[in-house]
Design a protein around this ligand. Structure first.
Ligand code: NOJ
Ligand code: CA
Length: 517
């Protein structure tokens, strides 16, 4: 487990910024660091106190920046390294923290390391990536790049076929070309990773969201090698940057927390059942009330127990890889979904634009390796000025075409409307920030989470403070057995509840946070 736990994580509420699409200040159609700086007050006013910025490093952008070609320089389209440093400083002035996105598993094919490693002659980068020792031999189960180098070998890929896998070794090498974690090449890769982290942490970044953190060591089914690798990184951080925060894209908190991460994400793929809640044919949060939260709760509790009830599983409202929340959840139900997201343990992550109900833009041609993800990455809608205030570039120059429906939500409209989603989220954040039990580390106990039934009820508690959360997304009343004694309702959306003879009945489409005894 992580030895140092930055205090600010306890009540952190993250805002994820996809930098391309947030705010463009030099009219090139692409968001930039200055654009983020100019909107920090907006983010702060919403109540978020931390940022996760998607990769903003030099890249040919075949996977929107998850294909890094130089880890030490930002992509010129966003500004300079000094601009990013200024962004860190501006955040700190507002008591906000920033996580950069660290992509340790692969680089772009254009990275100079990869170009060197493709050469037939041995050089310091020969073992930087996972190569077989013959073009005719493919690395099993990994996909590969072959036939483009003088080097006689196939290079394993980590994600798209232009993202060669960096070499951290194999947990149990079986073939001659598979190196052990302790071989010189893998050790050098790991040291370089620490150099990269050192570089940005020294400049003022507060930590990292780590891309595909659980898959660095190959043929490591139980994650033991990868855990050991991250423990090594943890020891370095404890020594040099004890307050650095680490959040993993891993999806197995028992493993990631052992590796020294502070928090892990609940993922929208794999066994989490996260999609049952928001993104499937009958999501739990739809007003139809036909969905099921029970499998999600079962999995959540399994992970919660396995990670020593630390409650550090972060549930995002969405992200750059999945459909916009507003594609499947509508109207008041978005507010109810946020009542859930903002009352769960771990740090909540709000994907830019989700706070105003930005929609998934249908029918777009893929941009920068986005494919079906492109519709969730369209430029932020600020106001009713040209290009919704995102950029003054001609519309056809925008990074991704915008939602052009007449009634598209904008931050300005939402802020002017006291009943908007924006204001509900702001209110929810306020309630969370003034009640410790609702924050990252408060414990959770599910009170009612039955198969195909509403409501969902859970108790959050910390010390003496106990808060019962009852969420009913369905357009009909719902009830459950409740033997808590209500003291005070601290948040209510929709109608009130009735409590009679140990049975609580809650109104259709409602959410309640009740202090109880
Ligand atoms: C996960 C990132 O979130 C996604 O956007 C990216 O394409 C892959 N990892 C590969 O880095
Ligand atoms: Ca720009």
């Amino acid at each position: 487990m992580a030895t140092n736990q930055p205090k600010w994580l306890d009540n952190a509420i993250f805002y994820e910024i996809y930098p391309q699409s947030f705010n463009d200040t030099n009219a090139d159609g692409i968001g930039d660091f200055q654009g983020i700086i100019e909107k920090l007050d907006y983010i702060r006013e919403l109540g978020c106190n931390a940022l996760w910025i998607n990769p903003c490093f030099a890249s040919p952008f075949g996977d929107a920046g998850y294909d890094v070609s130089d880890y030490y320089s930002v992509a010129p389209r966003y500004g300079t390294n000094d601009d990013l440093k200024r962004l860190f400083e501006e955040c700190h002035l507002r008591d906000m923290h920033v996580l950069l996105d660290l992509v340790p598993g692969h680089t772009s094919v254009e990275h100079k390391w990869f170009k060197e490693s493709m050469k037939a002659e041995r050089n310091p980068y020969t073992d930087r990536y996972v190569w077989t020792d013959s073009i005719w031999e493919e690395p099993q189960g990994m996909g590969c790049i072959r036939g483009i180098s003088d080097r006689d070998g196939s290079c394993a890929v980590n994600f798209f076929s232009h993202q060669p896998a960096l070499n951290y070794g194999f947990y149990k090498p079986e073939l001659p070309w598979q190196q052990s974690m302790d071989a010189e090449g893998p050790k050098a890769t790991l040291e370089e990773l620490k150099n990269i982290m050192r570089f940005w942490l020294s400049m003022g970044c507060d930590g990292f969201r780590v891309d595909m953190a659980g898959s660095l060591v190959k043929h490591d089914e139980d994650g033991k090698g990868t855990i050991r690798l991250w423990q090594n990184v943890r020891a370095f951080l404890d020594e040099e940057f004890p307050s650095a925060a680490m959040v993993s894209e891993w999806g197995e908190p028992d493993k990631s927390l052992q590796g020294g991460f502070h928090m892990d994400f609940l993922l929208h793929f794999g066994p989490s059942h996260y999609n049952d809640l928001f993104r499937c044919e009958e999501p739990f949060f739809s007003s139809r009330g036909k969905g099921d939260a029970s499998e999600f709760v079962k999995k959540y509790l399994e992970n919660y127990e396995k990670s020593e009830r630390k409650g550090l599983i972060c549930i995002p409202s969405g992200n750059h890889d999945m459909d916009r929340l507003a594609r499947s959840i509508h109207g008041d139900n978005l507010k109810i979904a946020f009542a859930f997201l903002l009352s769960m343990p771990g740090a909540p992550f709000i994907y830019y634009g989700d706070e105003i109900g930005m929609r998934y833009v249908e029918g777009l041609v893929s941009v920068e390796g986005g494919y079906s993800r492109t519709g969730s990455r369209s430029p932020m809608q600020w106001d009713d000025s040209v290009n919704a205030g995102f950029s003054t570039a001609p519309a056809e120059k925008l990074y991704i075409p915008q939602d052009n429906s007449k009634d598209r939500p904008t931050a300005e409209k939402q802020m002017a409307d006291a009943d908007s989603l924006y204001h509900e989220i702001r209110k929810l954040i306020g309630v969370r920030q003034s009640n410790k039990a609702l924050q990252s580390k408060g414990e959770i106990q599910f009170v009612y989470a039955e198969k195909n039934a509403c409501p969902l009820a859970y108790l959050r508690h910390e010390g003496e403070e106990k808060i019962l959360v009852v969420i009913n997304p369905a357009a009909r009343e719902a009830e459950f057995a409740c033997d808590f004694e209500p003291v005070e309702t601290i948040y209510r959306f929709g109608g009130d509840m009735k409590l009679q003879q140990g049975k609580m009945t809650v109104a259709p489409q409602s959410a309640l946070f009740i202090k109880v005894k």
